[in-house]
Ligand binder design. Structure first.
Ligand SMILES: Nc1ncnc2c1ncn2[C@@H]1O[C@H](COP(=O)(O)OP(=O)(O)O)[C@@H](O)[C@H]1O
Ligand SMILES: [Mg+2]
Length: 340
């Protein structure tokens, strides 16, 4: 079975990671896929969302990471039709400290999955990460082939992402050459506000066709479902939340990934370089009337430079984006110091 290993990650809290993991997992399972969800957040929101009594669990993903249990002993198999869960509880909060000196601490999860998958083949494994870039998130990244980043369509949505992209780049170099940023998923989209539209346009400008066509709209039923221990399909199958997650699952399972494998991308890049004349150097930030709000929002976030194009008109590689971002942030810090 060709399993897709997906880390759902954003080091910000409250952007919709857990909501995405639960409901995308449930939607994929409803579509006939065998799905395993892995709760890697010590707050165990994913497990609670699926109505698991976390204080009564005999063992959890923590026991797997510290080598006391096999993953198969911990997984709550078929918690829902075709949907299984490796639950977490508060024990996991000790893992960051306890694993500091463990040999191969970043690949404990990857190692645990190998024997599990031999006996329990899955179509999708989704890892729900805590809002930090610690050892638990690194374990998810080391075990994955794809990263999904949910981004809340609100002000400051893009701030902090350079750090996350840097970590993904580092893991790809050092630990897991198969890993790639696969999808950016706009969440908490408010159809009534201009701000949501502007931020969505910014997200699309930066991440291009990595951004899913489906955006997850703000929907109070999605916010209510966890307190009932239900997925959105169990809680309100007629809601817009239910509609959005069904559409997202279709989009995700329809195509493997929009970004071509790295070698093919590099070949395509070289061919394009030979064929096309160099594009305009660094387009100026957009300040046209009517776009003032969007330009201001980018400027306020020190992110205008992200809109500049790399040579040959292609988007700048992550490495360059991060370097520019560091330079701009350093300039901002220096200016603030002078003012002080
Ligand atoms: N699309 C949405 N509409 C309304 N509320 C949402 C939506 N997505 C998430 N929420 C709510 O926002 C809060 C944070 O979401 P959550 O998925 O827990 O974020 P994270 O896992 O990134 O911390 C939760 O109370 C959740 O129910
Ligand atoms: Mg969460």
């Amino acid at each position: 079975m060709n399993t897709r290993f997906i880390t759902v990650m954003n080091q910000k809290g409250g952007v919709g990671k857990t909501t995405l993991t639960v409901n995308l997992g449930a939607a994929l399972a409803r579509g006939g896929k065998e799905v395993l969800l892995v709760d890697l957040d010590p707050q165990a929101n994913l497990s609670i969302h699926l109505n698991v009594p976390i204080n009564e669990l005999p063992c959890s993903i923590y026991d797997v990471l510290v080598g006391q249990k096999e993953l198969a002993e911990v997984v709550l198999s078929r918690l829902r039709t075709r949907l299984s869960l490796a639950p977490a509880n508060i024990d996991l909060s000790g893992a960051e400290v306890e694993l500091v000196n463990a040999v191969g601490r970043e690949t404990l999860l990857r190692d645990a999955l190998i024997p599990y998958l031999r006996e329990h083949p899955c179509d999708f494994i989704l890892f729900d990460c805590p809002p930090s870039l610690g050892i638990l998130s690194l374990n998810a990244l080391a075990a994955s082939k794809e990263v999904f980043i949910p981004i809340q369509t609100e002000f400051f949505a893009l701030q902090g992402l350079a750090k996350l992209l840097g970590v993904i780049e580092l893991i790809t170099k050092r630990l897991n050459r198969d890993l790639r940023l696969s999808r950016v998923i706009p969440t908490l989209y408010d159809t009534r506000t201009v701000l949501s539209k502007e931020v969505l346009a910014d997200i699309r400008a930066h991440f291009g066709d990595m951004v899913t066509n489906t955006k997850i709209r703000k929907n109070v039923r999605l916010a209510e479902a966890p307190s009932h221990g239900k997925t959105i399909f169990e809680y309100d199958a007629a809601s817009t939340g239910s509609e959005d997650f069904s559409a997202l699952a279709e989009e995700i399972s329809g195509r493997k990934s929009k970004s071509p494998p790295r070698r093919r991308a590099a070949r395509k890049g070289r061919a394009a370089q030979a064929a096309t004349p160099p594009a305009e150097p660094c387009a100026a930030p957009e300040t046209a009337p009517g776009n003032g709000g969007r330009a201001a929002s980018l400027k306020a976030q020190n992110l205008v430079f992200l809109k500049r194009r790399h040579k040959n008109g292609r988007a700048a590689p992550v490495r360059l984006v991060r370097r520019r971002m560091r330079r701009v942030l350093a300039r901002g810090a220096a200016a603030r110091a002078v003012r002080a």
